[in-house]
Design a protein around this ligand. Structure first.
Ligand SMILES: Cc1cc2nc3c(=O)[nH]c(=O)nc-3n(C[C@H](O)[C@H](O)[C@H](O)COP(=O)(O)OP(=O)(O)OC[C@H]3O[C@@H](n4cnc5c(N)ncnc54)[C@H](O)[C@@H]3O)c2cc1C
Length: 519
């Protein structure tokens, strides 16, 4: 299926390394890699009271913009970690996204809704380094021990924790964490040490990415588009403020070195009549591909973000998927470290996230297959078919992602859907109710399960949102809803039954209390 599985054993050859079972812990969780996934995971873990060490091999945030777009659910997460205002200052609502023919006819278009279930606009355009700086700045106030530069060299897992060998400015040292999460990107060292292979979607296209600043944009388009021209497919984005991006597909026979020269870029940008006005910040050739790690957990070590999956950027979802991983994993790690659930709970992470991320990758690849057509006859046929379907009111690709299935969910109404965040001119539901799980409704049990906030529909705190919550419950024929800490619905029904099922499902995974393993 894939040529990417490394040969040899599943796990590193650690037979010769000793493991001291009595060594104390330096951290509940070591997060390896401080890109957006590691930043968000570290922040959420620290917010839930865990001791977190987070490392990155680079002393600086990666300076070149990569992600251009992020979605409402990610904005809701930025709100949860307390940086919504900073992120808004470094982004803007995305507007329309179009796929157009060489003649400028629209094949597909996506409009950005201003209201979504998350209480934010559907999509935002960002400057990734600014967003990462805002995230990084949040870590120390939340109590994260963030170390950069610090590079993970090696891992050794024992019954009680993971010993990690790091190198930093003072040389090599080691620490022990109960859990390790590899958020260390596409070339993940953690994944390599675990010997985990990759499923390959066999989509592999080289593109030149150019990021530029234009203080005088002239008549550069102020939108986002895929120019589906078989002579040279091009992605164009008006980013934030005075930033612009072009992505040019490499044609057969073109080399990455040749296409990235000044002369070549001047020629590529010729039709845009802007080269003289641009300050080029970055030129790099990327291979756009779809890859999924075969396992996301090996004992006490997990993978998240690009370390676990990669996708072409056509759907603007790579970073978003990593942030969703972080949100899904953070509360589960918290419950396990606090002894509210056993390590088996962490197996629901891949069960829930992998089908979702695969669906997103498949949408991104479907978009890529529309764009990356170089055969003029095939492109003409594509244009004719897609324009005809569009004229008939049909839509070729929808940016609609699935609900969660399996994992820690009931089969009750609403389970696996994203619970809405209602917003008033002065308040947002998530800010009012705070972090953790919520049991909202009528006839609430006297004792809530650990970590679950019970909120009566009559509670004054809910007053600004009570009508909307009532309507949601009515639509689901339920008296109550249990919302997980990641804001996905566990189920809707009677409050007592929901509380019982939550307890039972956590207890099913709680027969090996994590604290007993390690204290
Ligand atoms: C051209 C392009 C366009 C894109 N557009 C979008 C988009 O519009 N929307 C979107 O959502 N996504 C987009 N993406 C994808 C997005 O940029 C990535 O998915 C995202 O950056 C992944 O985040 P991450 O934190 O998982 O990994 P990374 O951002 O790669 O971070 C990994 C970190 O781990 C560190 N690290 C690595 N090894 C070690 C080690 N041994 N020890 C310590 N630290 C280590 C690295 O220094 C790095 O900081 C795009 C990507 C590209 C290339």
């Amino acid at each position: 299926m894939s040529g990417l599985d490394p040969p040899g054993a599943d796990r590193p050859d650690d037979a010769n390394r000793s493991y001291d079972a009595d060594r104390p812990y330096d951290a509940d969780v070591l997060v390896v890699g401080l890109g957006p996934t590691g930043d968000v995971l570290s922040a959420l873990l620290a917010q839930s009271g865990l001791r977190v060490i987070a490392i990155d091999k680079s002393g600086e945030v990666y300076a070149a913009p990569r992600a251009a777009v992020f979605d409402h659910e990610v904005m809701r997460t930025f709100q949860a970690v307390g940086i919504a205002d900073e992120i808004l200052a470094a982004s803007r609502v995305a507007g329309r996204y179009e796929f157009v023919t060489a003649d400028g006819e629209v094949l597909i278009e996506f409009d950005t809704a201003l209201e979504t279930r998350s209480g934010w606009a559907e999509n935002y355009v960002l400057h990734q380094p600014s967003v990462e700086r805002a995230l990084r700045a949040r870590l120390a106030p939340l109590g994260v021990d963030a170390r950069a530069p610090a590079t993970l060299l090696d891992l050794k897992e024992g019954d009680a924790g993971v010993d990690c060998r790091l190198s930093g400015p003072q040389g090599e040292y080691s620490l022990r964490a109960r859990w390790v999460v590899g958020c260390d990107g596409a070339a993940s060292r953690v994944r390599e040490l675990l010997g985990i292979g990759l499923f390959d979607y066999q989509f592999d296209e080289p593109w030149l990415v150019i990021d530029a600043v234009a203080d005088e944009p002239g008549d550069l388009p102020q939108r986002i588009m895929q120019l589906c021209d078989p002579k040279r497919p091009i992605t164009y984005l008006k980013m934030c403020a005075n930033r612009y991006r072009w992505e040019f597909m490499l044609l057969p026979g073109e080399s990455p070195a040749e296409i990235a020269t000044d002369a070549s870029i001047r020629a590529l940008l010729g039709p845009w009549k802007c080269f003289e006005r641009l300050k080029i910040e970055r030129r790099a050739v990327y291979r756009f591909h779809g890859l999924v790690a075969r396992r996301w957990r090996s004992g006490r070590i997990l993978l998240a973000g690009d370390a676990a999956h990669q996708m072409p950027p056509f759907a603007g979802q790579g970073m978003c998927a990593g942030v969703r991983d972080a949100v899904n994993l953070a509360w589960k790690l918290g419950a396990v470290v606090r002894g509210e659930a056993a390590p088996a709970l962490l197996d629901t992470y891949q069960v829930e996230r992998e089908p979702h991320v695969r669906a997103v990758i498949e949408i991104a690849i479907a978009m890529g297959r529309v764009v990356c057509l170089l055969d003029p006859a095939a492109a003409a046929a594509r244009d004719a078919q897609m324009l005809a379907r569009r004229a008939a009111g049909e839509r070729d690709i929808a940016l609609a992602f699935p609900d969660l299935k399996g994992g820690l969910l009931t089969d009750l109404p609403g389970a696996g859907t994203l619970f809405p965040q209602w917003v008033t001119p002065v308040a947002r539901l998530d800010d009012v109710l705070g972090a953790g799980a919520w049991l909202i409704g009528r006839d609430l049990p006297d004792t809530a399960p650990p970590g679950v906030l019970t909120v009566s529909i009559e509670d004054p705190v809910l007053a600004p949102f009570a009508g909307a919550v009532e309507e949601w419950l009515e639509n689901h024929a339920a008296k109550a809803v249990l919302v997980r800490p990641d804001r996905y619905v566990f189920g809707a029904g009677s409050a007592a039954a929901l509380a019982g099922q939550w307890r039972a499902m956590l207890n099913e995974t709680a027969d090996l209390p994590a604290r007993n393993l390690s204290d």
